[in-house]
Structure formats: structure tokens, C-alpha cells
Design a binder for this molecule. Sequence first.
Ligand SMILES: [Zn+2]
Ligand SMILES: [Zn+2]
Length: 236
Amino acid sequence: MVNKWSKIIQNLVGFCKSSIDNTCHICYQTNTNNTEICDTCCQWLPWLREACQHCAYPLVDALLCGACLGKRHDLDHLKALFRYERPIKQFLLNLKFQQKLYPARLFAQYFLAHFEPNFCMDAIIAVPLAKERLKARGYNQSIEIAKGLSKQLAIPLYTDVLYKERDTKSQSDLNKQQREHNLKYTDFKLSSSFSGKRVLLIDDVYTTGTTLRCVAKQLKAQGVEYVEAWVICRSL
Ligand SMILES: [Zn+2]
Ligand SMILES: [Zn+2]
């Protein structure tokens, strides 16, 4: 009897999964490309194409924006897939606040399709959440995205080596100046040595860049040789 019911439930789950997998999450038409968004809708996403190598500000025919020129950068390279606009913004909100994990798989696929690590990377590390936020949400969305990448790129994912020692206010409620005062690079700690290694950081949204710059600065202070970051969105 138990077997019968478990088989029925399995079939039902399989049916629901295939229904979801075959439907585009934007136009709700049947989708055959094995992602959550069909090829037609994919073309209309707010792709960020050419951008500054350090802050992902949109540029044409230039590597660095005026603000990044001539400055020292602990973050060696930043790559962002999208501008922080709908519908990607909604997918990210679903991932962060609605307990819906399908965008993590989608974003990992887009990362793999559009970016390649600049050098052979030794480790993938997701930017940590504040303890309170992690406890409330139950998962770190950046780790969920990084899991798929780690598997496909065959680069180990370290989920608990970087942590925030001090609980700070949420960065999203603060302006640029407040963010820089709120967070210090020493707030992030690294529990393993990555000295001489090349690290790929994963984060969801780049707004002022304070968090990623602090993390990169701490990694460099601990002897990391090269830090690259991939983010889903650049807020403009
Ligand atoms: Zn579609
Ligand atoms: Zn820049």
C-alpha cells in the first residue's frame, strides 16, 4: 500500500515538474529549450553586455569607466549578467523571498553560457548572508546559484569558509555613504587559507559594490592572488 501511494506521489511530482519545466515563466508558452525561459523571451531580457571590468557600469568600446580608471582594485574583475530590471528583478525577489529556487538553476545556466573564468580558478565562494537573514530565509541564494556552477565548472564550492563576524544593518536599506560606514572589510573573516589561490565570488546584486569590495579586500589581505566576481544584476 505504501509503495502504491509513494509511486502515485512520485508520478504526480514528476508530472508537475515536467509541466513547470516545459512552460516559459514569462510568456507561459510551451518551452523546449530546457530552461525556465523560452528563446523568444530570453532575447528581451535586460542583458548587460559591454561593461566596466571593475564595476560593471555599461560602457561601449572601453574596458574601464571614468570612476574606476587609475584606482587600485582588490576585485580584479566583475561580471554582471543583467541590469536590475524586470523580469529578472522579479525572479531574484522570488529566489530571495518566496522560497522559489528555480531561478538559481536558471542563473547558473546563464552564467555558464555567457561567462568564462579569466584564469583557472581554484575555489568558488558565495558572498555570505548576515546570520539573522540566513536563519530567517533558511538558505543563501548565492550558494544555491553557485552549486550548479561548481558542478559544471568542476571548481570546488566552499560554503562555510567566508563569514560575517559582526551582524550589520541590511545594506539594502542604506545609501552609498551609509553602506560604506556600515560595513568594513574586517567584518568578513576567512576560516581557511586561500593564500596564492584564485577565487571566484558569487553574489546576486551589485548596487554600490561595498560588500563585494570589502570581501575582495579581506581575501587579498589573506593572500588570495586573484579575485573575480560574477553577479546576476547590476543596479544602475
Ligand atoms: Zn517565453
Ligand atoms: Zn567602473
